[in-house]
Design a protein. Structure first.
Length: 167
């Protein structure tokens, strides 16, 4: 039996699947193959994860939104604000949401310590986002004056990670 699907039929099919509990769906025609795989959170799993702080709330909310295509109301979060710094210091902020690591692997020496002098392009930390390790490099020659984030801590976009004195 030959089956023809136009764009409208496909859109209706995808919409019906997205509103169902179907987690995997596969359809093959003469000139196409459609595979849909979803990882659905039920609301109880979501609430347990958030209340147990197993994951960053924003990450779970984003994951749920992507996986489920449903709207979600995020709880207001109090952003972690760095204490006010000296006017002679420059803030190094996080370019993304992720997990802050001071070293390339557990047990390894940290990339930088307070008092170290860094050069432009030198790796100062790693931010892990979606299982990718992103090396963050210094944008200027400077001395590390403060490291404001603990190793293994989730960070937000724009959060101050370190303060440096440019040289």
């Amino acid at each position: 039996m030959t089956m023809k699907l136009d764009h409208e039929d496909l859109n209706r099919l995808i919409e019906k699947i997205s509103k169902s509990d179907i987690q995997e769906f596969s359809l093959e025609g003469e000139d196409f193959k459609l595979e849909i795989k979803r990882n659905l959170f039920d609301q109880n799993q979501f609430n347990n994860l958030v209340s147990n702080n197993s994951f960053d709330k924003q990450t779970i909310a984003n994951q749920k939104s992507v996986n489920d295509n449903s709207s979600i109301v995020n709880e207001p979060q109090t952003p972690q604000v760095a204490p006010p710094g000296r006017s002679d210091l420059t803030d190094i902020t996080s370019p993304m949401v992720g997990t802050f690591y001071r070293a390339s692997a557990p047990g390894e020496e940290p990339f930088v310590e307070v008092g170290n002098i860094v050069k432009v392009g030198q790796t100062i930390c790693i931010l892990e986002a979606m299982k990718l390790m992103n090396e963050i490099e210094s944008e200027f020659n400077a001395e590390i004056v403060e490291i404001l984030v603990e190793n293994g801590t989730p960070v937000e976009f724009g959060q101050v990670l370190m303060r440096v004195k440019q040289s």
